[in-house]
Each structure stands twice: as C-alpha cells, then as structure tokens.
Design a protein. Structure first.
Length: 173
C-alpha cells in the first residue's frame, strides 16, 4: 500500500540538494574520498560496495546495501521509500530503481504529493542494463532481469525475466 510523501517539504528539498551535491561530486571524481562521502548517505553499506560514476539518489538514508554489491555507470535510485539491496547484487548500466510515484487521479495530482512504495532486491540478483524497477517491487534471490526490462510486479526467486513488462522466461538452474 502506497504512503503519501511530501517531496516538496523544506526538509526534503534541503536534503535532496545536499545529496545531489555529493552525487555530482562523486560523478565528477569517483575517488575513494568521494565514495566514502556517498556511502555515508546510506542507511547500511555492506563490505566491498563498488559504485561506478554517474550514481544518483535523492536522499540516501533509506538505502541499504548488502555485501559485494556492484553498481555500474549512471544508476538512479529515487529513494523516497526504502530500497533494500541484498548481497552479491550486480546492477547494470543505466538502471533505475524507483520508489516514488504520483497519483493517477488528476485532482489528487494537483496537490503535488508523491506516493512511495518500497523496493526490495534479494541476494545474487543481476539487473541488466537499462532496466527499470518500479515502486513496490520485490525481487527474489538469484533472479536475472534482462537488459531493458521494466519490472512492474514481484519477481519470484531463481528465474530469468525479460521484457516490458518483465515476464518470466524460465527457471534458472
């Protein structure tokens, strides 16, 4: 069930501004020092997190990363809600992980509020290049999401999913 989230509050606007500055700094110069600043944004960071340049998030504080997570170039995480990433996860280039949505009712949308739904990614998951993970999705352990897929619903463990919307192609051995 979606929660209402006010991204336009002064507190949230200020936090986003600070976080975006850190993300831009890391993208311009993905040094160890700037990676350390980026990691400090997150609620939890496991061992051996590797992030390529071009990483963006809005708040950081609701993102948890497991051990041995690899995030390729130009990853965007809109984290008004929680994003939980398990151990040994590979995130391809240009992947978007979104927890924020807007009301579909036109009069409700005029209020400029957002809706948030958490995203959870299990262990040993590979998310292919250009994939989009939509709000409220849970991805099970050992899942492969093919490049360019749009994940609109929960994905059960040990399967390959591809397409828009992502569809189960087969069970993985």
């Amino acid at each position: 069930m979606s929660e209402i989230f006010d991204s336009l509050s002064s507190e949230n606007r200020e936090r986003r501004s600070q976080v975006h500055d850190i993300c831009r700094l890391f993208s311009r110069s993905p040094s160890k020092g700037n990676l350390t600043k980026l990691k400090r944004l997150f609620a939890r960071v496991g061992s051996d997190l590797f992030v390529e340049q071009g990483f963006y998030c809005d708040y950081g504080a609701k993102i948890t990363m497991g051990d041995r997570v690899y995030i390729n170039v130009n990853c965007t995480m809109l984290d008004g809600g929680e994003i939980k990433i398990g151990d040994d996860v590979l995130i391809g280039p240009n992947v978007q992980i979104l927890t924020v949505n807007h009301p579909t009712n036109p009069s409700e949308r005029l209020r400029k509020t957002n809706l948030i739904d958490n995203v959870s990614i299990g262990n040993n998951v590979w998310i292919g290049a250009g994939s989009i993970i939509l709000p409220g999705v849970t991805i099970g352990n050992n899942v492969v999401v093919g490049a360019g897929s749009v994940v609109t619903m929960d994905l059960i463990a040990n399967c390959l999913y591809v397409g828009n919307p992502a569809d189960k192609i087969r069970v993985l051995d």
